[in-house]
Every structure is written in C-alpha cells, then in structure tokens.
Design a protein around this ligand. Structure first.
Ligand SMILES: [Zn+2]
Ligand SMILES: [Zn+2]
Length: 337
C-alpha cells in the first residue's frame, strides 16, 4: 500500500508509514478485513480538533496513558541529519520513534511512569506495545518466562528422578526390589540359585606393594653461555614402597542370590555372599572384603553397565555405580537364611 501523505510504498499490513509516520487507515488496507479484529492503534476515538491541524486518521490513542492521542511528528537533528519519525502523545508526552516495523519508546514527560521504567528505550513491535498496554509482556519477557518455567520443570523432573533413584536404591538394599536376570547362565547354578546381574568386561584388581624409585633432579648448575644456566641431570634418587591397585584380570562378574562370581581369563573368584564382611562402593565399582582373606578385591568397570527400574509408577535407568551394586548385594544378603 502507498502512503497518502508521502507516497512511500509500505507493507500491506503497515499501520504507519515507514517513511513519514503517517497513520495508514483501515480503508487503505484489504477491504475484506474485519475492522473489529483490530486492536490498539485505532483512530476512531480521537478528538476531531488538533491545534496542528492534523487529520483524525493520522492520530491514534496513546498506548501509555490511554487518554491522550499520538501524533506523527518529524524530529530533525541539529544539522538536519538524523531525522526521527516519532509518534508523540499530546497528554503524557510518550514518544515512540518509528524504526522500520518497530517502535522505540524513547521519551515521556513523567519518567516515573511504570511502563517507562519498565520499557523505556526499548524497541518493540506494534503487537508487543499493544500487548504491554493491555497488561501483557514483551516477546523477550515472554521468552524469559517460558525459559524459567522450562528450567523449573527440568528441575522438578531432576528432583523426581533423584527421588526415584534413591527409592530404587533403598528397595534394592532392603530386598523389596528383586533383580532377576533371565538370560543364560555362564556358571553352573546350585539348587535355588538365581542370577541377578551379569556384567561383562569387569576388571579384577588387587592391591600390590610395589617399590618405586623417585628420581629427583637437582644436580649442579653450570654456566654454558652468557646468561644461560644449565642444570645437570641429578644424581639423587630415593626409593619407597607403596600400595598400588593393580589390574589382575578382566572378565565377567555374576551376582546371584548366593554368590558373587568373577570369571576371568586367568582366574575365577567365587565369593559366598555369607562370607562378605564389607563392601566399599566407588563410582566405578566395589571393593569387597571377605572372611579369611587379607587383601580386598576390587571389581571395577561396573558403571559401564546400566540397570532399568520402575518405581513410583515411573521407569528409569541408572549406571551400576558401586553403591547400586552394593545395595543389590546387601538386598540379596538380607534374604539369605
Ligand atoms: Zn508517508
Ligand atoms: Zn499518553
């Protein structure tokens, strides 16, 4: 559509001329459009008299004070540059600078006006300003509200998952949640023996005392060139003994209602659940201490496996961290008699 004032071409749905700011009236829009569908920037409730002699059609109801009317005005810069096309309210002095399809709320008489405090200097679309004048929020604020709501929802879900995982762990520990493995057994099961968990690629580790040599470099310094020092490779070295947890073997870990069995390539470990004295959980596995054995055994890599659960009507999956495996073993021990 073309502006009746300056003749500039404007988008069909433009309310104001993007060239001179003149209000483009309904009659210039698609005649099939229902005028009742429009909201906000209407010209039909205006005073018919203006001291500056503008036409009724070129002024709109003020969105800020809702009593005055806004008139298109051209603000010239000091040297004629930076001409600003504005809509200014004759009542509250609210001024909207026309910036293409958007409007910058750039001035007002009373700078304590709440909408000014909140939206002063913001450049928003006409739809946003109308929404704001009706008590709504800007697109950016709406996005923020949505983001916050989403974050809250995620937090709720995370909390719920944590609760579910804890409930699952407690259920495992007190034996109220049984875990039953239904595949083929890699070990010969005893009477009434049932498999709970099978995990492949588990490391069996044991502590070993090893001697370590610590070489410390602290030889004499010799000068080799101007300003450059060179430290000789040192002679002092000390030796000490410390405990290292070494990988002994890799294989399958099978937990049944009677035993914890490790089947490696070199070694098989058969632990009667009744003989377990303590289990120390780690993130990636457990340390098991049993009767009549001085050194503990470590089974690591369990966290690469997961276990599915359904609790509180919801399903979830947890990695088999040491504490999960410990809870499962405790639950099975509690059922032994
Ligand atoms: Zn125009
Ligand atoms: Zn106003």
């Amino acid at each position: 559509m073309f502006c009746p004032n300056c003749g500039a071409k404007n988008p069909a749905d433009a309310r104001f001329c993007n060239q001179c700011g003149t209000h483009l009236t309904e009659s210039m829009n698609d005649p099939t459009e229902d005028p009742d569908q429009d909201s906000g920037l209407e010209s039909d409730t205006l005073n018919s008299t203006h001291e500056d002699g503008e036409t009724e059609d070129s002024a709109v109801h003020c969105l800020i004070c809702k009593t005055g009317s806004m008139h298109p005005t051209i603000h010239s810069g000091t040297f004629g540059f930076g001409t600003r096309k504005m809509l200014i309210c004759n009542n509250c002095g609210a001024g909207f600078e026309i910036k293409g399809q958007k409007y910058k709320f750039s001035e007002i008489s009373d700078t304590t006006q709440p909408l000014w405090l909140r939206y002063g200097h913001q450049t928003l679309t006409e739809a946003e300003w109308i929404r704001i004048s009706e008590g709504g929020v800007s697109d950016e604020e709406q996005k923020k509200i949505n983001r916050e709501a989403e974050a809250l929802k995620k937090q709720e879900i995370a909390k719920q998952k944590e609760k579910d995982a804890n409930d699952f762990l407690m259920g495992l520990e007190n034996g109220s949640i049984p875990i039953n493995y239904s595949g083929q057994s890699p070990v010969i099961l005893k009477k009434d023996e049932l498999i709970s968990i099978i995990m492949e690629n588990i490391n069996l580790q044991e502590p070993r005392a090893v001697r370590q040599t610590n070489a410390a470099y602290g030889g004499p310094t010799i000068r080799v060139a101007k300003g450059v020092s060179f430290r000789m490779g040192g002679a002092s070295a000390r030796s000490e003994s410390y405990e290292e947890i070494r990988v002994i073997d890799n294989g399958k870990l099978v937990l049944t209602n009677k035993r914890l069995i490790f089947i490696g390539t070199k070694r098989t470990v058969n632990i009667d659940l009744r003989k377990i004295m303590a289990i120390v959980p780690y993130k990636d596995g457990i340390e098991s201490q049993r009767e009549n054995k001085q050194k503990p055994e470590y089974f690591t890599g369990t966290d690469k496996h997961t276990i599915n659960y359904t609790i509180n009507g919801r399903s979830g999956t947890v990695p088999i961290y040491g504490n999960v495996l410990k809870a499962a073993i405790q639950g099975l021990i509690s059922k032994l008699q």
